[in-house]
Design a protein around this ligand. Structure first.
Ligand SMILES: Nc1nc2c(c(=O)[nH]1)N[C@H]1C(S)=C(S)[C@@H](COP(=O)(O)O)O[C@H]1N2
Ligand SMILES: [Mo]
Length: 304
C-alpha cells in the first residue's frame, strides 16, 4: 500500500474478462452463519447512485485471493496462503473505555441474536481499485447499543489481534502493530456500518478478516479493520495505523473523495476488478445521500 503506484500494479490486479460473472442480485443465505439469528428486513438501500454504471458482484474467487492483510504478508496473493491454517474460533472481543461495563465478550455473547444483515456494498481501495462484495454481518449500531457506551464517548477505536505466532506477517515491523482503526461515534452508529461475519453466504474467510471485520462502504478499504479483538470507546480521536505509519498519505476520516488526490496518485478514477475501463470514483463511494450529512460544515480537503 505504501510502495506501489496503481499504474505499476501487476496484471494480477485485473481479472480476466472470462472470470466475469453475471450476477446482479445476490440472494444471501444468512442461515449459513453460525449466529442463531434471524435475517433482518433490508432496512438500508445498500447499492445506490451507481453513476449510471452497473454494479456486478465481484467473483468470489477474486475477493478471496487478492487481499490486503499485512498480518499475513504484504503481497496481495499472500494472505490466502499464509492465513489458511489460522483458527479464528474461539474468539473474544474486549470492550474497553467509556462504557458501562468494560469486559471481555465471547464472540457469541457480543453478536448472538442480533439481526443478520445481507448487504452488497461497493468497496473502493485507496490504491484505486474496487470490488462489489455481498457481506453478511450485524449493524455495528446494534453491537454498540448492546455494550452501552457512556454519553461521554465520542469515538470508537478498533484493534486487530496481535499474535505473531498465528499471524506471521507480524514478525516483521512493516506496520506499527497491532493494526488499529477508528470511527467517530456517529459514523459507527450509522446504519450502513457493519461488523461483517460472512461474505458470499459463507463465514468470513481468514484472509478477509475472520471472524469479525469492520465494513464502512463510504470509506477507503483500509478503514475495514480485520480480525477485531478490541473495541474501545473514547472521548478523543484515536490514532489509526496508516495515519501513524504515514500521516501525509492517510488521514483519520478516509472518506472516498475523487476531488482529493492521494499525494502520489489521483483518486478521480478506479478500476473495478474484472473490468478493463476505469470508472469515475463517486463522492463517498456513491453513498453520499446516506452519509454526506455527517460531514456538513467540514472542509473535506483538510479532514481527509
Ligand atoms: N488488520 C488489518 N486490517 C486490514 C488491513 C490490514 O493490513 N490489516 N488492510 C486494509 C486494507 S488497506 C484493505 S484495502 C482491506 C482489504 O480487504 P479485503 O482483503 O477483504 O479486500 O482491508 C483492510 N483491513
Ligand atoms: Mo487498501
Amino acid at each position: 500500500m505504501l510502495i506501489r503506484h496503481p499504474d505499476d500494479l501487476p496484471s494480477s490486479e485485473i481479472t480476466p474478462e472470462g472470470l466475469y460473472q453475471n450476477r446482479r442480485a445476490f440472494v444471501g443465505t444468512a442461515g449459513a452463519l453460525a449466529l442463531g439469528t434471524v435475517l433482518a428486513p433490508s432496512a438500508v438501500q445498500a447499492l445506490s447512485h451507481t453513476g449510471g454504471q452497473e454494479d456486478k458482484v465481484t467473483p468470489e474467487e477474486d475477493a478471496t485471493s487478492y487481499n490486503n492483510f499485512y498480518e499475513f504478508g504484504t503481497d496481495k496473493e499472500e494472505p490466502k496462503e499464509l492465513a489458511k491454517d489460522f483458527k479464528p474460533m474461539p474468539w473474544t472481543v474486549t470492550v474497553e473505555g467509556l462504557v458501562k461495563a468494560p469486559r471481555p465478550y465471547a464472540y457469541d455473547e457480543l453478536l448472538g441474536r442480533l439481526p443478520v444483515q445481507d448487504r452488497t456494498y461497493r468497496m473502493r481501495c485507496v490504491e484505486a481499485w474496487s470490488m462489489v462484495i455481498p457481506w453478511q454481518g450485524v449493524q455495528l449500531s446494534d453491537i454498540i447499543k448492546r455494550v452501552e457506551p457512556l454519553p461521554s464517548a465520542k469515538f470508537v477505536e478498533f484493534t486487530t489481534l496481535y499474535d505473531p505466532k498465528r499471524m506471521p506477517g507480524q514478525r516483521r515491523a512493516v506496520l506499527p502493530w497491532p493494526y488499529k482503526e477508528g470511527l467517530r461515534m456517529d459514523e459507527a452508529m450509522h446504519p450502513l456500518t457493519l461488523f461483517a461475519t460472512g461474505m458470499y453466504g459463507k463465514p468470513l474467510p481468514n484472509q478477509n478478516g475472520a471472524p469479525l471485520r469492520l465494513v464502512t462502504p463510504w470509506k477507503y478499504g483500509f478503514k475495514g479493520i480485520k480480525s477485531i479483538v478490541k473495541i474501545r470507546f473514547t472521548d478523543r480521536m484515536p490514532n489509526t495505523t496508516w495515519n501513524d505509519a504515514n500521516p501525509s498519505e492517510y488521514g483519520f476520516y478516509a472518506n472516498v473523495n475523487p476531488a482529493v488526490d492521494h499525494p502520489r496518485w489521483s483518486q478521480a478514477k478506479e478500476r473495478r476488478i474484472g473490468e478493463f475501463l476505469r470508472r469515475n470514483t463517486l463522492p463517498f463511494n456513491g453513498y453520499a445521500d446516506q452519509v454526506a450529512s455527517l460531514y456538513s460544515g467540514m472542509d473535506l480537503r483538510k479532514f481527509y
